[in-house]
Every structure is written in C-alpha cells, then in structure tokens.
Write a new protein. Structure first.
Length: 221
C-alpha cells in the first residue's frame, strides 16, 4: 500500500507560506483548508492564495473545501492548479456532479464526511471519486483531539471499497500524529493529513518521515 503524508498549512506560519512549504521537502502533498465562515465558523484563505501556493511549490496541492456551494467553487480550485479538490457531502447539492466537474479540470476529486455523517448514506457516490476523506475531528479548527470513534468508519470504508473493487485513497484529517497514525493505517487509511504534528516539530521534514514510518510499521503488522 502506498502511503501519503500531507502536511496541513493551517498549522504553518501564514505570513511565510512559501518558506513553510520549502521546509518540508519530504511531503507527498500539501493540504490546504479553505474555510468560508459559513459552512464552518472559521475563515482561512481562497483562490488567490491557492493560485500563489501552486506557483510556489512542485509538491501537489490538495484543497479541502469547507465551504458552502462547492458545486460552484470546486472546479475553480482545480482550474487554479490544485491537483486534488475535496468537497463535503453535507454541502454539495449535486455530489456526482461536483466530482465530474473537478475531474474535467484534470484534478482528483475527493468526498469528505463529517464525524456525524454516516458512510452508508454515500456509498453509491464513491464510484465517482478518487478519494474519501474521513474527518477525525469536527471540521473548522486545527489542533483538535483525534476522535477514535471514527476509526470504525475508516474500517467500513476500506471494506466497502475492496468489496466494490474501487481504488479510492482513504484520507484521515484531524489529530493525526505519531500516536494516532498507526491506528488509522491499521484501519485502512493510506493518506494522512497532519498539521501540528509537522509544523509544531523542530524539524518538520523529519516529522513527516517519522509519521510515514509509523504508518508503514502499522501496515506491516
């Protein structure tokens, strides 16, 4: 199983984002949280910043849209150069249509589920996507504690994908660190968003390497 570590720039220094990305050459992706102060109570950044981030790094950008009306906005993030764009099932009016429009721009399409959103409600949507994001915290704020109750959703997702012959990445986001990443990998996740665990470390690049090693050990066991 290929494993991917995506440092979340939500935990980086917003005044020095290009420099902050350059500190982590070991990253597989960079995770960019777009929040609109409506779907979630926080406000972060938008299209102009994503456009600048894409130009500042060769590492692919993964945009997680925590916004209202992703049907309208998601294709624009793909057009701006984000290699992966994730929309929330709770916000999209036409979930398969969102995936189609993102993919039409040449990007991977992701579907995100809040902790309280049942996987069963969206099983028929999975075939339209390239990634399923299981939120292991409530979306909207960084630095929250990992919710172990979401591991069963990760396990269910992996079982369903295998049973349906679908090759989606399973991403987890929220409270991922060296203490929790093993449980996520054992449950079937292969793509891990880590914010504080990376940018709160003295050496962010080494932190990514350590996270990947911890996930790999868990997969081998």
């Amino acid at each position: 199983m290929d494993l991917r570590i995506s440092p979340s720039i939500l935990a980086a220094d917003f005044a020095r984002l290009a420099d902050e990305m350059s500190r982590v050459p070991t990253a597989d992706w960079f995770h960019v949280d777009v929040m609109d102060q409506h779907f979630v109570p926080n406000l972060t950044l938008g299209l102009p910043v994503v456009d600048a981030l894409v130009a500042a790094t060769d590492t692919p950008i993964d945009c997680h849209l925590m916004i209202e009306d992703p049907d309208r906005w998601a294709p624009r993030y793909a057009e701006a150069g984000a290699r992966s764009v994730t929309v929330h099932a709770e916000a999209a009016a036409d979930i398969p249509g969102c995936a189609r429009d993102i993919r039409a721009q040449g990007s991977r399409a992701g579907l995100a589920l809040k902790p309280g959103t049942p996987l069963a409600d969206h099983l028929d949507h999975l075939a339209h996507f390239d990634m399923l994001l299981v939120m292991t915290v409530e979306p909207g704020f960084g630095g929250q504690s990992f919710r172990t109750d979401q591991l069963e959703k990760v396990r269910d997702a992996r079982r369903e994908l295998d049973a349906r012959g679908l090759e989606l990445w399973v991403q987890v986001d929220g409270g991922v660190d060296e203490d929790t990443i093993a449980a996520c990998a054992e449950a079937g996740a292969d793509t891990f968003v880590a914010g504080s665990a990376v940018y709160g470390a003295d050496d962010p690049a080494a932190a990514v390497t350590a996270l990947r090693a911890a996930a790999a050990r868990a997969c081998r066991h």
